[in-house]
Design a protein around this ligand. Structure first.
Ligand code: DC
Length: 218
């Protein structure tokens, strides 16, 4: 099969990106991390020192070049994989990603990238970006469990990680991401719900690979 598209959505820290990356490596799919794209736009907005709450300041997205490839994110040719995980970006990305100007540009770009064997993860992939995806998964886990995972992930990347602070940030981001006007975080009606609170990474990976193989066989 030369074309198969998987949409993986879920809240902050649900493991979408790590799990998608492992599965993509195992199955030879291209992994597209759309959260990393919104983070790159946020990083650029912070660097430009614009008023983040004013949508008219986001015209720069027309000239920005974001590449998300092999687990790395490049902003205008520079590797920003670490910077986009920093606290300032994390705490502002929900504000930036609520604007139509930003979302339209990112969605166009994401749709154009969904060619061949692709696993795309985000918040609105199954509902808005790729409503005709061959398989849709909605990954979730309790906020406490997600905060614990984010803490570990940050520590591994050498980024500051205080559990209580991260838990509050995750709850705040959950609220903003699911209550915004445009493309809020929502399970698509035809997505398969997977609560990973009590699952290991291997279990989640194996379950999704099983679902992909089953769907591919028809
Ligand atoms: O998956 P993440 O935590 O890296 O995503 C960062 C933010 O980007 C998230 O809080 C909301 C936004 N986002 C979005 O609005 N739509 C997507 N498809 C992916 C992420």
């Amino acid at each position: 099969m030369d074309s198969f598209v998987v949409a993986i959505d879920g809240p902050a820290g649900s493991g979408k990106s790590s799990i998608s990356s492992i599965i993509a490596n195992k199955l030879g799919f291209t992994h597209i991390d759309t959260g990393a794209m919104y983070r790159a736009v946020t990083l650029e907005a912070l660097r430009l020192n614009i008023d983040l709450n004013d949508e008219s300041n986001y015209k720069f997205v027309d000239n920005i070049k974001i590449i998300n490839k092999l687990g790395k994110t490049y902003l205008n040719g520079k590797d920003v994989s670490k910077e986009i995980r920093e606290k300032e970006v994390t705490n502002n990305v929900s504000t930036v990603s609520k604007f139509k100007t930003v979302r339209e540009k990112m969605v166009d770009f994401q749709r154009a990238s969904a060619k061949g064997l692709v696993l795309m993860d985000g918040r609105d992939i199954g509902t808005v970006v790729l409503p005709f995806a061959d398989l849709k998964i909605f990954l979730t886990a309790s906020a406490e469990c997600r905060a614990k995972r984010r803490c570990l992930q940050n520590k591994e990347m050498g980024i500051e990680a205080d559990y209580d602070v991260i838990l509050e940030e995750i709850k705040a981001r959950d609220y903003k991401d699911s209550h915004r006007q445009i493309s809020p975080l929502k399970k698509a009606d035809d997505a398969i719900l997977l609560d990973t609170s009590d699952m290991t990474i291997d279990e989640v990976v194996n379950k999704i690979i099983y679902l992909i193989n089953e769907k591919m066989r028809g």
